[in-house]
Design a protein around this ligand. Sequence first.
Ligand SMILES: Nc1nc2c(ncn2[C@@H]2O[C@H](COP(=O)(O)OP(=O)(O)O)[C@@H](O)[C@H]2O)c(=O)[nH]1
Ligand SMILES: [Mg+2]
Length: 348
Amino acid sequence: MFNIFRKKSSIPPDGPEQDREFSREQPDAENTGPEQEESRPEEKKEFWGISFSGLKQVVSKTNEFFSENVLSLGQEKEIIDDDFLDDFEEKLIRADLGVDTAIFIAEKLRDSKNNLKPSEVGTFLKNEFRELITGAGSNNINLNQGGLNTFLITGVNGSGKTTLIGKLAYRFSSEGKRVLVAAGDTFRAAAEDQLEIWANRSGADIVRRDNADPASIVFDAIQKAKSENYDILLIDTAGRLHNKFNLMQELGKIKKIIDREAAETLAESILVIDATTGQNGLKQAEVFKEAVDLTCVGLTKLDGSSKGGIVVGIAKELGLPVKLIGVGEKMEDLKDFNSDDFVSAMFS
Ligand SMILES: Nc1nc2c(ncn2[C@@H]2O[C@H](COP(=O)(O)OP(=O)(O)O)[C@@H](O)[C@H]2O)c(=O)[nH]1
Ligand SMILES: [Mg+2]
């Protein structure tokens, strides 16, 4: 009887304590569960990193595409001749590297074809990809430890901006930082509601004024973030307006406000690209490049995409490093990008 009582009484203190821990680590408690446990890689080094086996899983379709369509050439042919080079170039274009990038790499292979066997093309590609990706700059998110860090998020409609902001808010909140989000997409119906849901889940605060001028919302958010000592300000923007001119104008106004009011706090200007759009994503980037100064790319929906080769095109054609990858729709499905691991996972 006494033992039973002791056993029973030892449960409650642990229970709520665990729940508290859990909800602090995982603000989106409702969305967590066995399903998330499964998707979480076992040997990862840190929460926002991704294990090699996890990354391999994410890029498995890209990996499959390369081995079936590009690397297979090495097995089919005896020598690297003009036919081989034509096929090689065409397959790289089909792999969504971006046309210029595909041509550039094929030309490099042409230059070194006398020293290479077809079976060595995989190693050649791996080295080229690594060189191009690292050439675009560091893959680490820029963060100033003391003071405000502003992140401007742009990209076409549906690319995953709001989701990326929600995941970033969760990430920074769980690191103990105070996070404010600005609902700068007033064009799309319910965009502000969607952002508010993400903010609530992650414990971030929001500045929203539906139907107001996005630049004035950004202005208010900057003032609030500064006067109330927030660590992080995440600015959401519209990805589509009535026409390209309007979109450029709106983004230009937001950029002006940031330049005037918070230039020194701008940590990253992130272009969000949907990995499933492949080369179209590169074309869409031009508008945003013109309208705001971009510092890096957040590549979303990499899970399930066979177009992961776009990372190379982003580096070569946009000159931007990928710093974050979206690997699913849940809060923790935003990972740091590591170029070495990524290229290895694409080819192993
Ligand atoms: N599978 C997957 N879906 C994503 C990812 N990021 C965003 N999405 C989904 O893409 C859709 C559009 O995202 P949203 O953030 O609203 O795009 P926005 O219009 O740019 O703000 C939503 O259904 C998201 O759940 C990702 O990394 N993986
Ligand atoms: Mg949105």
